[in-house]
Every structure is written in C-alpha cells, then in structure tokens.
Design a protein around this ligand. Sequence first.
Ligand SMILES: [Cu+2]
Length: 155
Amino acid sequence: MYFLLAFATLAVGHFILEVPTSIGYEDIKEGSPPCGGFDITSRAGVTEWPLAGAPLKIISTHPGAQYTIQATLLTDAAAASGGNFNFTSMVPLLTQSGRGGLCLPAVPGIAAWEGKDAVVQVIQEATDGQLYQVCQACPPQTVGIPNSSLSADTS
Ligand SMILES: [Cu+2]
C-alpha cells in the first residue's frame, strides 16, 4: 500500500529499519522471509552490537503494528536450509499504535554470543501481513549489563 508521507526517508509503504543499517529495503520484496528479498549472509554495513544494547529505529506507514525483534548466529543462518532458521528473541513482542517512528534506545545483545557474528531480524505484523527487515550484527565487544529498562517511543 502507498501513502503520501512527510518522511523524507520513506517514499513508499510498509516499514523501514532506519537504525541500524539494514541489509536492504525494497518495498515489493519486503514480504519475503527472512530478509525482505535480500541475502541473510550479506555482511555489507555491519553494526557493532554491544551486550549493553544497540539502538534500533523503525519507521512505519501502517496505522498499527506488532514487531518481533530476534537474532540468529551468522553460522546458523548460513547453514539453514529450507527456511529452518534458528532465531532467538531479543526483546518481548512490541506493539506500535500509530504511524511513524518507533525508537528503542538499547536492544540488548545476547551474552552467550559474545565474539560471534550475528544477524538481527525485525518482523512487522500489520495490515499487509508479515514484513521483514534484517541487519548484520558484529560480535558484542564488551561485557555489559543487559538493559532491562527498554522503553518504546511511539510518538
Ligand atoms: Cu504496507
């Protein structure tokens, strides 16, 4: 679906993973799991992901949505065949009640994966069904305290 929007970064519909850098965004392919039409093993534009957390920002054109934010080790993603991916949840299911930005200041890294490359997947469930955006995560570099006071800003 297409809307005329004030967002300079969003020319067409669905949702965009604005932070961190996503593997890619193409409106018509966004419904294709697991990466919205892009290669899950791509390592262009890798983001460092401290255990204490990395920021994540979504911009959505849908009037309401739910988000699953989860990760898989790069080695597991590369080995997965027939769609048998092994994702681990990073935060509880999120609900956004309007259009626009959803900002998470710190999505915690997964402590057991320190030193390992991973891939973070964001799934939006909204009026168009499930949509997918993925980014590459660098191994957590430092041991930190997982941020348990995650807050969602839906303004
Ligand atoms: Cu849409």
